[in-house]
Design a protein around this ligand. Structure first.
Ligand code: GAL
Ligand code: MG
Length: 924
């Protein structure tokens, strides 16, 4: 076909033209010529502006670009972020005339020894639609950004000769209508390109069928070119297409046993990594090898702060290692098939995968919102493309043991095309169940799935076998990890533990998609709007358990604790340890204990624990300890006895803390008025403490802002309260100041009595707060905030080492900690309340010691005000001044997950009511 500059394919409903049928991704002997690296590149602002010279482009004046990569991250155009909305009008298949179009050109020499082979050009991923020209001829076009496409060049190229490859890539296409995932719009050839030589005598498609039942593996390997299947470790040598059984060890996420195999043919070998496992659904429970699976999962987008979705193999390994070390056992590849290498890593290291097709049409809306029609999943014109997308995924990925579920896509509502995709998947592979979350009535799916249902809603499903055809139930998304949070994860764990049908879920999501860039000379992680987009969804793109640089946020640490495979808690006369693994016993773990008194270690040692089988509990006696001293705690830790492929020996797997003493209430010390006198609100003179006042406000977290909670708080004036000294004077041996804290224009207030009593070396504050008027039902926080000259080091005895709120305190251990003020901050991409340490007993801030007398306080120390935290848009905006701001909270409202999820439960709200705080300030 001659070179064409007919661009009608951009708005074609078809999946492509002249694309080879999909096949398995193979580790074979086919010769490959990688086309990664530099390509000549030119970006045109629209299709019409793209020159008609692809027959023989003169690239001398062009730039170069690195493949794989996105052009928006290589200096051309800019990234743009939308969650639900399409950044163009909805009139499929049409796309804007301003359709950035990138031309990639490269000349390669076809190896001389490729004679006799079919020469195939393979793209692993191009966003969003592209046409290929080789040696001046139009070859074909394809779409499906996160799916491979292959073109046969045999008749266009000659071994030993040069071939000129020109690829024209369009940012927008009819395909964009079905790729409305919540992520950055990033274009270009972002996965590898290879020239491949396929020998006619070598297999091009192989399908491994490997199942497991009670010690016996069944193996059959289909191949398009017949050969011999060899599995040396099992002494197997069988023809392709023939089924055989053998005694094997099964594959599971916890014990990812793989066998090396090979398909031998005249034309070359295909290497296999065979995992024997069987996925079944019976009585409402999904099992792997007969064992109920509990998904402690995450939703993973492919993301790197510099590379976008063009990940390196190291990035993929980093993700897998982070997951394995965290005890995460499952990944939903939201919302498109990942790079195939990631799936190989999941096979090797052991992660269950829900492989999701490259499909989302969220912007068309669905119930309860009125949908915009016709949604591509209902539109027959899209049917072939959608079905082909499913086939392309299943064919590419069918040999991965780690994939135990196929998913049709995300958030498209319902439509016949989805059912056709389901059928297409089953036709190729009937061994795996199929998932789709928007099949809300479980009409055709094999697994019932929801997102963001609250724990009570999950329990209802768990308790109702008559609901949703008694299918296994998962939360394909929950625990929305945007900003500070997610809170309340323990509530879900309890439901998953209680109802066999409730098989866990997948946190939304693994990583913040903040793009590293510079704004006003400061390095920041950019989110929606930072690149000048007019339509965008702000920092909704930063909602991961990891910060963009893959360091864990406190939410990740909390999740690790909540899902840990052992439960270590107080038992009768000792410590009770429950094994929550699916298949592993505890033989690979060692147990140790540490006893601390007020954070100082007094004893430690190994703990001898019998081997615990999955599902079993043992109670182990603890070494005798003098428990008469206040704050005596024992911490029991289970660690890896030996290194594994994903962690070193000693890696912590689970822990639990038990208090051994019985807490007693502390007597409040008595004393006279402090010698140097203390003022009220405008500055008390305890050391350098200044400007102590009642505090009810926190810099709204995403979970306050998005559901409108923060707006309601503002209505109540909580963000701008004023303080009035009602009275002050000596009274009953103390300096007593009465204040009233209230917002402008409103009539409610908080009346506080501050009683300052001089004690040896310092002063005791007894604060009592009483609300009056029609006060708000819930406060963000209730505490006091004061200023100190810049503090360098903070030591505290309480919860730590990381931030902990009332509903995110599982990962916090009681202990003695030390940190700089900078280290106490959590760098959420969009700044917000952070760094709170609940239940602090005492703290020293350089020379000042603060001690809880009775009720414990929440400690927050920062080098900026709450207001500065609230108005900052990126972490780098926060610059320390020469004052440190300290907040001692009587209580603070929990964090929850309401940015995208259920409202904060009442239990975790700080209800406005009379409250008290007693603390002693002394010079250290
Ligand atoms: C879900 C969606 C995800 C993401 C999330 C909000 O509805 O499936 O892709 O958008 O909400 O962060
Ligand atoms: Mg969406």
């Amino acid at each position: 076909m001659p070179v064409t500059h007919d661009h009608s394919y951009v708005e074609d409903f078809a999946p492509g033209a002249n694309v080879l049928p999909p096949r398995a991704w193979l580790d074979d002997d086919s010769a490959k010529l990688p086309l990664t690296g530099e390509w000549s590149f030119r970006l045109s602002p629209s299709v019409a502006d793209a020159p008609g010279d692809l027959k023989d482009p003169d690239t001398s004046g062009w730039d170069t670009i690195t493949v794989p990569g996105h052009w928006q991250l290589s200096g051309y155009g800019a990234p743009a972020y939308t969650n639900v909305v399409y950044p163009f009008p909805l009139e499929p298949p049409y796309v804007p005339t301003d359709n950035p179009t990138g031309d990639y050109v490269r000349t390669v020499t076809i190896p001389a020894d490729w004679a006799g082979s079919r020469v195939v050009l393979r793209f692993e991923g191009v966003d969003s639609r592209f046409a290929v020209h080789v040696n001046g001829e139009f070859v074909g076009w394809s779409s499906g950004s996160r799916l491979p496409s292959e073109f046969d060049l045999t008749d266009l190229v000659a071994p030993g000769k040069e071939a000129r490859i020109a690829v024209r890539v369009h940012q927008w296409s009819a395909g964009s209508y079905v790729e409305d995932q919540d992520m950055w719009w990033l274009s270009g050839i972002f996965r590898e390109v290879n020239l491949v030589a396929l020998k006619p005598t070598a297999p091009t498609d192989v399908f491994v069928h490997a199942s497991y039942d009670l010690g016996t593996g069944t193996l059959k390997v289909d191949s398009d070119v017949a050969g011999t299947v060899v599995v040396p470790e099992l002494d197997l040598e069988i023809p392709t297409g023939v089924e055989v059984t053998a005694t094997v060890e099964p594959w599971s996420a916890e014990s990812p046993r793989l066998y090396d195999g090979v398909v031998r043919t005249e034309g070359g070998d295909v290497r296999l990594r065979i995992g024997f496992r069987t996925v079944e659904i019976a009585d409402g429970v999904l099992t792997v090898n007969g064992n109920r699976v509990l998904f402690n999962g995450v939703n993973r987008h492919e993301f790197h702060p510099d590379r976008g979705r063009a990940l390196t193999e190291q990035d993929m390994l980093d993700d897998v290692l982070i997951m394995k070390r965290a005890g995460i056992n499952a990944v939903r590849t939201s919302h498109y098939p990942p790079h195939p290498h990631f799936l190989s890593l999941c096979d090797e290291y052991g992660l269950y995968v829900i492989d999701e097709c490259d499909l989302e049409t969220h912007g068309f809306g669905y119930e309860p919102e009125p949908p915009k029609l016709p949604n591509p999943v209902m539109d027959e014109r899209f049917r072939d493309d959608l079905v082909e997308r499913m086939r392309r995924m299943v064919q590419r990925d069918k040999n991965h043991a780690s994939i135990i579920i196929w998913s049709l896509g995300n958030e498209c509502g319902m439509g016949d095309n989805l059912k056709a995709m389901y059928d297409a998947a089953k036709e190729i592979d009937s061994s795996r169940p199929v998932h789709y979350e928007r099949d809300t009535e479980a009409e055709f799916v094999d697994i019932y799935s929801r997102m963001y249902t609250d724990p009570a809603g999950c329990a209802e499903i768990g308790a109702g076998p008559e609901l949703y055809r008694n299918l296994p139930f998962i939360l394909c998304e929950y625990g929305h990890a945007m900003g500070n949070g997610p809170g309340g994860l323990l509530d879900y764990r309890e439901v998953f533990d209680k109802y066999p049908r409730c098989q866990g879920g997948f946190i939304w999501e693994f990583i913040d998609h903040g793009i590293r860039t510079t704004i006003d000379g400061r390095e920041v992680y950019a989110y929606g709007g930072d690149f000048g987009e007019t339509i965008h969804d702000g920092n909704f793109v930063c909602d991961g358990l990891l910060f963009p640089d893959r360091t864990p946020s406190p939410g990740m640490l909390e999740y690790i604790k909540v899902i840990e495979p052992l439960r270590i808690v107080a038992g009768d006369n000792g410590v009770s340890i429950t094994n929550r693994y699916e298949v592993l016993d505890t033989e690979h773990l060692t147990f140790a204990y540490v006893v601390e008194v007020e954070g100082t270690q007094v004893a430690s040692g190994e703990l001898s624990v019998p081997v615990i089988a999955p599902g079993e509990t043992v109670t182990v006696e603890l070494p005798a300890v003098d428990a008469s001293r206040p704050e005596t705690w024992v911490t029991v830790t289970a660690s890896l006895a030996a290194g594994t492929s994903w962690a070193e020996a000693g890696h912590r797997i689970a822990w639990g803390q038990i208090r051994l003493d019985s807490p007693v209430s502390v007597d409040l010390p008595a004393g006279g008025a402090p010698a140097d006198g203390v003022a009220g609100v405008d500055g008390i003179s305890v050391g350098a403490v200044k400007n102590a006042r009642l505090d009810v406000w926190r810099a709204p977290i995403d979970n306050d802002t998005n559901p409108g909670v923060a707006a309601a708080w503002r209505e109540e004036g909580l963000h701008r309260v004023q303080h009035r000294i009602v009275s002050q004077g000596e009274r009953d041996g103390a300096w007593e100041v009465v204040t009233r804290t209230a917002p402008p224009q409103l009539q409610w207030g908080l009346v506080s009595t501050w009683r300052w009593t001089a004690v040896d070396g310092g002063v005791v504050l007894d604060l009592s707060v009483v609300p009056e008027g029609t006060f708000p039902e819930v406060l963000p926080r209730l505490g006091i905030t004061f200023e100190l000259p810049k503090v360098s080091q903070v030591e505290w005895f309480g919860t730590g080492p990381n931030e902990a709120y009332v509903d995110t305190r599982e990962a916090a251990a009681v202990g003695r900690y030390s940190a700089t003020v900078a280290e106490l901050q959590t760098p959420y991409v969009r700044p917000q309340e952070n760094g709170h340490r609940i239940d602090t007993r005492w703290a020293t801030l350089d020379g000042l010691r603060i001690e809880a007398l009775g009720t414990l306080f929440g400690l927050t120390v920062r080098d900026w005000t709450t207001q500065a935290l609230e108005t900052a848009t990126h972490a780098a905006d926060l610059v320390p001044g020469d004052t440190t701001h300290v907040t001692l909270d009587i209580a603070q409202t929990g964090v929850g997950t309401a940015a995208c999820g259920p409202a904060l439960p009442d239990r975790d709200k700080l209800k406005t009511a009379p409250a008290k705080l007693s603390v002693r300030f002394t010079s250290n």
